[in-house]
Design a protein around this ligand. Structure first.
Ligand SMILES: [Zn+2]
Length: 459
């Protein structure tokens, strides 16, 4: 079985639907990776992550090296057992956190000399050390250590950076192979992915991509993006890389991004994404809501499909406490407003593209009802104090099915820990649902329309 299978390609863009097969299960792509920085997605249990549709999580090598230390996690049987997450885990090299968090940092041929941010301990993160730590964690996807020169981008420094990244990659591969052959790896099925650097310079991006391909990697991450550059520059970097990587290889866009960035990244051929945005913003009361919510106060589909969330196969028979949505046998969405229902006209695109759809003229459809995209709200604002509607009535998360904006605002105002927990669940569900929508759109050949119409309505 190939490591990565593409099951459908979009005729209008480089987007594709696929499956990455890992030692801990399959990842349906395009996929979003919630970030479990220190072995936990803040305030959310692993069972809840699985329930809301996450198939893989990302954990940070730097943080786990610092605390509790990779030898301890090795002793626990690896990160999967330590955090009780049975699905695939992606670990980064630790290099980006050394760059962004360490107290002191000096890049040398041997590696990066730095001081940990918490205790000031001095260490060298070398290509070999990064591989050793990730082997002890036992992740399914490990990354090579790369050199990241920072933003704003400078050509000469970026050129040195891709050359150093290539030399480090050669050392990382040797160490990786040594552990697989001679060591006692926690996860013998771990795969090592290459990283393409090169800032926003197309010739350097091309060179770096070719370097990684020549070293024999089967899968790739695009690094050095989402570091302060404008969206257009980020997309140019992606466009400069993708044509030089094998089409049938999975490609991860590191640290990206907003829902808009993700849709645009998928259109350019990226398969997986990770970002702190949904969880970090949730902790600050910023929530992502579907643009459909603006026009559709209550949808019949919510009542039917979202009213009683089904447990995933994994979760059958053991409902986590926050999932049992009980309100006298009736969903909150059904109960809060029955007089002001605006019916949701079927999406013209779905009518046109669903497998069993009848041929209907699009001319008869109400194009004004087509709403793609999202907006964000700050739930802490005074205006939500007496708002007794759900955050997003097109969302099927626990928060939206059970609570009002007014209640969530109250929880934030009074510092209740539940506020962060509910907001995090909602934002993660929004992102994971977005990926599902993207996969469906590619599957049924209307992803091009989705890209064209998908907007951030916040500003
Ligand atoms: Zn929700």
């Amino acid at each position: 079985m190939p490591y990565f299978e593409i099951t459908k390609s979009d005729p209008q863009s480089k987007a594709r639907v696929g499956v990455i097969h890992t030692a801990h299960g399959d990842i349906n792509t395009p996929a979003f990776l919630p970030i479990g920085t220190k072995g936990a997605v803040k305030s959310v249990t692993t069972e809840e992550l699985k329930f809301w549709g996450a198939e893989i999580v990302l954990a940070n090598t730097y943080h786990l090296w610092q605390r509790p230390g990779d030898p301890l996690i090795y002793k626990a049987g690896g990160l999967h057992k330590f955090m009780n997450w049975k699905g695939p885990i992606f670990t980064d090299s630790g290099g980006f956190q050394v760059f962004s968090l360490a107290k002191m940092r000096k890049t040398m041929e041997a590696g990066v000399l730095f001081q940990f941010d918490l205790d000031g301990r001095t260490e060298i993160l070398s290509p070999e050390k990064s591989i050793d730590i990730q082997a002890n964690l036992g992740s399914d996807i490990a990354l090579i250590l790369d050199d990241f020169p920072g933003y704003p981008f400078e050509y000469d420094r970026s050129k040195e950076s891709i050359a150093l990244t290539k030399r480090w990659a050669e050392r990382a591969i040797k160490e990786f192979q040594k552990i697989i052959i001679d060591g006692d790896p926690i996860n013998p099925g771990q795969k090592l992915w290459g990283i393409v650097q090169g800032a926003s310079f197309p010739d350097l991006r091309k060179q770096s991509a070719e370097d990684m391909v020549s070293l024999g990697f089967e899968a790739f991450a695009v690094g050095g993006v989402a570091v302060g550059e404008p969206h257009s520059e980020m997309m140019k970097a992606v466009e400069a890389v993708i044509p030089y990587l094998p089409e049938n290889s999975p490609k991860h866009l590191l640290g990206v991004g907003t829902p808009f960035d993700i849709v645009q990244g998928v259109a350019r051929g990226c398969d997986t994404f990770d970002c702190v945005i949904p969880t970090r913003e949730a902790r600050h009361g910023r929530l992502y809501i579907s643009a459909k919510n603006i026009q559709l106060p209550l949808t019949p589909s919510l009542k039917k499909e979202g009213g009683s969330p089904q447990l995933s196969e994994e979760g059958q028979g053991k409902t986590p406490p926050l999932f049992s949505k009980e309100r006298d046998g009736e969903s909150f969405a059904e109960g809060y407003s029955t007089t002001d229902i605006k019916l949701d006209p079927p999406s013209p695109r779905l009518r046109r593209t669903a497998p069993d759809s009848k041929s209907e003229s699009d001319d008869n459809n109400q194009s004004s009802s087509i709403v793609e995209g999202y907006s964000t709200i700050d739930i802490r604002l005074e205006k939500y104090k007496e708002d007794f509607t759900p955050v997003d009535n097109t969302c099927d998360c626990y928060l939206c099915l059970n609570h009002t904006k007014g209640y969530l605002r109250h929880l934030f105002a009074t510092g209740e820990p539940l506020a962060i927990r509910l907001a995090t669940m909602h934002n993660l569900r929004f992102y994971l649902n977005l990926m599902k929508k993207i996969r469906t759109a590619i599957q049924y050949d209307y992803f091009g329309d989705m890209v064209r119409d998908f907007k951030n309505y916040t500003d």
